[in-house]
Design a protein. Structure first.
Length: 95
């Protein structure tokens, strides 16, 4: 009975350790859902609404993103230069 308990404990331990490692690998993946903003770096966007006080929103794909950057009017071209959490960082594109 003692060997069975040791075997069962080892099997369960390995199973849960493997699941933990898989979840950690998924979270650290560059394609993880919480890192989707990184895929937009370098993309050029035309602002539909102005950036006021350095903040605003922009639509990329099927999602509305919060953005930060210099104060710009609607219609200005901007480039996504980085990501801060779920906020995209923008910079104006020289015309």
């Amino acid at each position: 009975m003692k060997w069975f308990l040791i075997f069962a404990g080892t099997v369960f331990g390995l199973y849960f350790w493997r699941r933990y490692r898989e979840r950690q690998a998924e979270l650290n993946s560059p394609l993880a859902s919480h890192r989707l903003g990184h895929s937009h770096i370098g993309q050029i966007v035309v602002l539909e609404r102005p950036l006021e006080n350095g903040v605003g929103t922009v639509r990329l794909g099927n999602r509305e993103w919060a953005v930060r950057g210099p104060n710009l009017p609607a219609g200005a071209k901007v480039r996504v230069t980085g990501v801060d959490g779920t906020v995209l960082l923008l910079d104006r594109v020289a015309a």
